[in-house]
Design a protein around this ligand. Structure first.
Ligand code: CAO
Length: 585
């Protein structure tokens, strides 16, 4: 029986206003279920919006250039059969049951799917859960995980194995990464269990149905997998940006911690700009380029705003980037020393043959380090940094901390006191709890307080985020810090552990050193660096008294924070740390 479905843009991750770059259907067209209706493009990925059901396009509500977000109406579909409608609703339900996407704040969204069915009036827009690998269970025993529907791709190379035989994996944990020329895609595990046999290696080319691995499910995991069959079989794998310069997805939980929110990941600890306006050319016109093109551009350091696009509607294609590079190389070197200016006018560091000076070894950078590097460079280059140093007298605080340790379950280190005190300071000075709007015209003040702390892990730097600092006691914060630090070291942080930070703390106090310049975890506007406390003679007006001084280094974004405000921040923080009685209650 004929009915009508209104197709809406599903959850597309953290993007709120994404331009439509291509319409793939016209009114009156008949479409198949899962047929792409239009293409959206953020600065990190292009995303197809597939049809949730077969039917006829009766009303197209968008045009090229429109900016859309979750819930925007795409079109109406009519003429589908009950069976198709039921399928669509079932798929949507299955998607709605999916857990939160593994992708983090920078991670691009799952491939969108259609959502709302007028007939059932059910909201089914949670297509943000990663499609899981399909699971075939052999009797009650192991599961064979296969590549799910990955759209139109038939032969996609495996670029990374995220698990090894013997690894224990959680449900939805990414197992392997595939990379088409449009996006990288994680194949997450449909169940929790142990990987007993890996069926792929890096470089293998796979399509839907290819065997990924065999999993022995953990107790009770089988039921779970069965429940999700619909989503597992039908939904495309989660797509993430094909980029090494942006945290695109959750790193393998078993081996690497995600860093999307760390100061790259912010380290990258800090959340990064989430809404992305279309990039523009020097004349202000937007330009469009797919992830593969952007990747090539990044590899060559090409500023895409300077490249003319030869594709449809001026879209920049890889050949345009190649032609641009060729033309640039043909130009005479600029500058007196012959150094060629790179993108943004920043001269690149010239390559050297170090082997001419002695033996060398080349070691690949860990993924987290690469991601952090990109985030840190972005922050360093975009944010005018100033660092304010000061010492806080923590003599009494330390005495209190040592005496109060028995009253908390988690180890009571200095860090939870710092988090609590910083929370109080930013409540007083809310500009420290803000982010600069993308257009630079306003600041966004946050009515919540989540504070990230840099954690040194075997896989690199990550910045887990302690949530709801204002509502928690120091003891509760100590428990949060211990849990997050341990999880980080095990490489098992969840995306949510890394998101939503307002301010970051980088404490090197457990290691040593005095004062440093932490890099602001953009789009946060300030970060506190803490060094090792030491006993120092302090003049009390009559004598030199031994006091325990804690070196503080507050880096801030001078576009948002004035020097006077930063000085007030460290003064108040120092006062709070000097006398815990002022705030511990
Ligand atoms: N001064 C003196 N001692 C300090 C101190 C300080 N500022 N901060 C911590 N310590 C002491 C602790 O009291 C503890 O001593 P005991 O073992 O005698 O109790 C010891 O140093 C180790 O502390 P910790 O590091 O285990 O605990 P923490 O809560 O202070 O820190 C964490 C947790 C995750 C922040 C830390 O382990 C870590 O990873 N630090 C590195 C952060 C980093 O790399 N920052 C740089 C980012 S930019 O590259």
């Amino acid at each position: 029986m004929a009915n009508t479905i209104e197709v809406k843009v599903p959850n597309i991750g953290d993007f709120e206003s994404v331009p439509v770059i291509e319409l793939l259907v016209a009114e009156g067209d008949t479409v198949e279920k899962d047929q792409a209706l239009m293409v959206l493009e953020s600065d990190k990925a292009t995303m197809d919006v597939p049809s949730p059901a077969a039917g006829k396009v009766t009303g197209l509500k968008v045009k090229v250039g429109d900016k859309v977000g979750e819930g925007s109406l795409v079109c109406s579909l009519s003429g589908q059969t009950d069976a198709a409608a039921d399928d669509a609703a079932a798929d949507a339900d299955a998607d709605a049951d999916s857990e939160a996407p593994a992708a983090q704040n920078d991670a691009p969204p799952s491939e969108p799917e259609g959502h709302e069915d007028e007939k059932t009036a059910e909201t089914a827009e949670s297509a943000d859960g990663p499609a899981r690998g399909s699971a075939r269970q052999t009797q009650a025993g192991p599961y064979t995980v296969t590549v799910p529907n990955i759209g139109d791709f038939e032969s996609v190379p495996v670029i990374e194995l995220l698990v090894a035989e013997g690894d224990t994996v959680a449900k939805d944990q990414a197992l392997v990464v595939l990379e088409s020329d449009k996006a990288t895609m994680d194949v997450p595990s449909p169940v929790a269990g142990t990987v007993t046999s890996l069926r792929l290696k890096v470089g293998d080319k796979v399509g839907e149905g290819a065997e990924v691995c065999v999993l022995t499910p953990a107790d009770g995991a089988g039921d779970d997998a069965d429940d999700d069959d619909g989503a597992a079989d039908d939904a495309p794998a989660q797509q993430t940006a094909a980029t090494e310069t942006q945290p695109a997805r959750e790193p393998p939980a078993a081996a690497k911690a995600p860093i999307a929110d760390t100061p790259e990941a912010q380290p990258s600890a800090g959340p990064q700009a989430k809404t992305t306006a279309p990039a523009t050319q020097p004349d202000g016109e937007p330009f469009y380029a797919g992830p593969a093109t952007r990747k090539v551009a990044r590899q060559f350091g090409v500023d895409l705003s300077k490249v003319s696009g030869s594709g449809a509607r001026g879209r920049i294609v890889i050949e345009d980037v190649q032609a641009y590079v060729k033309a640039e190389l043909a130009k005479p070197a600029a500058g007196s020393g012959g150094a060629r200016a790179a993108g943004g006018g920043i001269p690149p560091i010239p390559a050297q043959d170090y082997a001419q000076f002695g033996p060398v070894e080349t070691k690949a950078l860990a993924r987290i380090r690469k991601l952090s590097a990109a985030h840190l460079s972005r922050s360093w280059l975009n944010v005018p940094h100033v660092t304010q140093h000061d010492d806080a007298d923590i003599t009494e605080l330390e005495a209190f901390r040592k005496s109060a340790g028995d009253y908390t379950e988690a180890k009571l280190t200095l860090l939870p006191f710092l988090i609590k005190a910083v929370g109080l300071v930013i409540k007083r000075y809310p500009e420290f709890n803000s982010s600069l709007a993308a257009d630079g015209e306003s600041i966004v003040l946050k009515g919540y307080c989540n504070i990230g702390f840099a954690a040194d892990t075997p896989n690199g730097l990550v910045v887990p985020v302690v949530k709801d600092v204002w509502a928690k006691s120091v003891g509760e914060l100590a428990a949060d810090c211990a849990r997050l630090a341990n999880t980080a070291r095990d490489g098992k942080l969840k995306p949510d552990d890394l998101r939503g930070g307002c301010f970051s703390i980088s404490s090197l106090g457990g290691i040593g050193g005095k004062y440093f310049t932490p890099i602001v975890n953009a789009p946060e506007v300030a970060i506190l660096g803490v060094s090792r406390s030491s006993l120092q003679p302090v003049w009390d007006g009559a004598n030199f008294a031994p006091r325990l001084l804690l070196p503080l280094s507050l880096s801030y974004d001078h576009r948002v924070i004035d020097g006077a405000a930063a000085a007030r921040f460290v003064v108040l923080l120092g006062a709070l740390l000097a006398d815990v009685r002022r705030w511990v209650l």
